[in-house]
Design a protein around this ligand. Structure first.
Ligand code: PEP
Length: 247
């Protein structure tokens, strides 16, 4: 719930100026609902895609205040963030709700960006894989594991979001391995298309190190996406890491 028309225009224009010629890294901007039209206007026919930060769990109907998949598509959205921990904690969103939304997004051709992650207490208790496993199981139970083909999962340890304390490369690598293994069995086909991002205090200083971790395919960036210089540097870090992989 950051930004306004004027600030967004400045940010998006800065991204376009600095990031239009990336050859490997893909940049997606997920904006609050009222700014989807602005994102569409400024980003259409550019290399930057856009999406939303949430979506309603029903097709359509009398669900006051909700926004449907079709409405997102009306504004050219291709991506939708689902299950962000700020929604689960502040709006009591359950794993089952998130699974409904995930299914609907896929049915409508939107790419879901599913956020999963544990609290600090859960990490300290050593149950982080169990917690993330349960979050993924809710989707698998409803939609089957194949649904993760062409989906994006973002590992976002809750203790790392907005705290300045990112997960260590080792912590992130272990969890990414766990997620990938869970989602690519028994459907080995899914592996190529499934992307697993890391989110939680990614900044220009730690981006190259994090993106170089085996199994991390990119980042979900919160605070630093609100500062054009920082976000550009993070995207350039992603591009740099992709280039080394291609070589
Ligand atoms: C987020 O809001 O999902 C997030 C990762 O934020 P930050 O980058 O500020 O930690």
């Amino acid at each position: 719930m950051h930004g306004n028309l004027k600030q967004n225009a400045q940010l998006l224009n800065a991204y376009l100026k600095e990031l239009s010629d990336l050859s490997h890294a893909k940049v997606v901007v997920c904006v609050p609902y009222p700014y989807l039209a602005q994102a569409q206007q400024l980003l259409q026919n550019t290399s930057i895609a856009w999406g939303a930060q949430n979506m309603g769990k029903f097709e359509s109907g009398a669900y006051t205040g909700e926004v449907s998949a079709d409405m997102l598509l009306d504004f050219g959205a291709q991506y939708v963030i689902l299950g962000h921990s700020e929604r689960s904690t502040a709006y009591c969103e359950s794993d089952e709700n998130i699974a409904d939304k995930f299914m609907l997004a896929k049915q409508h051709g939107l790419t879901p960006v599913l956020c999963v992650g544990e609290t600090l207490i859960e990490r300290e208790a050593g149950v982080m894989e169990m917690v993330v496993g349960q979050q993924l199981d809710a989707i698998i139970k409803k939609c089957g594991v194949e649904v993760f083909e062409h989906a994006i999962v973002s590992y976002e340890p809750i203790w790392a979001i907005g705290t300045g304390l990112a997960a260590s490369p080792a912590q992130a690598e272990t969890m990414h391995q766990f997620i990938r293994q869970k989602l690519t069995q028994p459907s080995a086909q899914a592996e190529g298309a499934l992307k697993i991002l890391y989110g939680g205090s990614v900044n220009p200083q730690n981006a190259v190190q994090l993106f170089s971790v085996n199994g991390i395919d990119g980042g979900l960036v919160g605070k630093c996406s609100l500062n054009a210089q920082d976000f550009v540097k993070i995207c350039q870090a992603a591009e740099q890491v992709c280039e080394t992989l291609v070589e």
